[in-house]
Ligand binder design. Structure first.
Ligand code: ASP
Length: 308
């Protein structure tokens, strides 16, 4: 199994499932559930940073390399484990792939997925500090339909947001099971203070998540708008198909992604795992890492990503 930064908290649990003959799909879901439950992680699940209005909206997806089936949810509120809703979409709603907002929440209730508070006091405090004393917070609190001034300020605020410093926190977990199947799970609270309803690459198959048993599995973190525009995860798998080594496949896809014109210039990162267990990762940011755990390991190891 491999994971993006802060995904390591789930690797031991996922590996235990794999060791006892569990599927890659079960392993990546189990690992991501633990990351979503980690309140100290402000970019995934419970404790995730809210949107402009102070509401935590979560995106997640899961993809099975054997069938290339996938499930995804976006802008989900009130559920700590969006990855399990995505899994249920994949397994139990085969005529669809992506559910958003109220529809995703309705489906989660129907299949019995647990509801719960996702906004922690610490995340609320970070939101208050993040919006600043300049009136946007007051406007957000009084938000109602047709508040042109609020929308103008929100858009100005987004335009003025600098690149995110420090690692972006979406979690990617990739696994290869004993039967030779690959799976990828991705979960995020997305861009901090995002415009309500904004959906990033984590819920978009081909952008933040792609998995094909023939060539490999890939996933992304960082500026989701760029990963969507460049179909980055799919491009990593295409590079693997063309024979590139894992880290080079990630670097090639990221090079194409990072050359897109974009005023925000936040980092983008990718990692991948091949059907024969090779792995690699790349980042536009210095010092970025990923974690790896094999069936023989007692614990995970941290590896450097190739710097673009
Ligand atoms: N990729 C995520 C998004 O754009 C952000 C992140 O990695 O934290 O929603």
């Amino acid at each position: 199994m491999i994971a993006s930064e802060r995904g390591e908290v789930g690797l031991a649990a996922g590996m235990e499932l794999l060791r006892s003959g569990g599927s890659a799909m079960d392993a990546v879901e189990a690992a991501v559930i633990l990351v979503e439950a980690n309140e100290a992680d402000h970019y995934v699940g419970v404790g995730g940073l809210p949107n402009l209005l102070g509401v935590v909206e979560l995106d997640a997806s899961i993809m099975d390399g054997a069938t290339r089936r996938a499930g995804a949810v976006a802008a989900v509120t009130g559920f700590p484990h969006p990855i399990s809703i995505a899994r249920a979409v994949c397994d139990r709603l085969p005529q669809h792939l992506l559910l958003v907002g109220a529809g995703a929440e309705r489906f989660a209730d129907e299949v019995g997925i647990e509801r719960g508070e996702t906004l922690t006091e610490e995340a609320r405090q970070l939101w208050r500090e993040g919006l600043g004393p300049d009136g946007l917070l007051r406007a957000a609190e009084n938000f109602g339909p047709g508040e042109v001034e609020y929308r103008r300020q929100a858009i100005d605020r987004l335009a003025a947001m600098g690149p995110h410093d420090g690692p972006w926190g979406t979690v990617n977990v990739l696994a290869l099971d004993a039967a030779g199947n690959l799976a990828v799970a991705v979960s995020t609270s997305g861009y901090p203070w995002k415009y309500p309803g904004r959906v990033g690459d984590s819920a978009v198959i081909g952008a933040g998540n792609y998995c094909d048993n023939r060539y490999g599995a890939a996933a992304c973190t960082g500026r989701g708008e760029l990963a969507i525009r460049a179909s980055t995860a799919r491009s990593v798998v295409r590079a693997l198909e063309a024979g590139a080594e894992p880290a080079r496949a990630c670097a090639a896809a990221l090079a194409e992604t990072a050359e897109l014109p974009d005023d925000f210039r936040a980092p983008v990162q990718a990692l991948c795992l091949t059907p024969d267990g090779r792995h690699g990762a790349a980042s536009t940011r210095e010092g970025s890492t990923y974690s790896v755990m094999t069936a023989d390991d007692d614990t995970y190891q941290i590896k450097e990503r190739q710097r673009l």
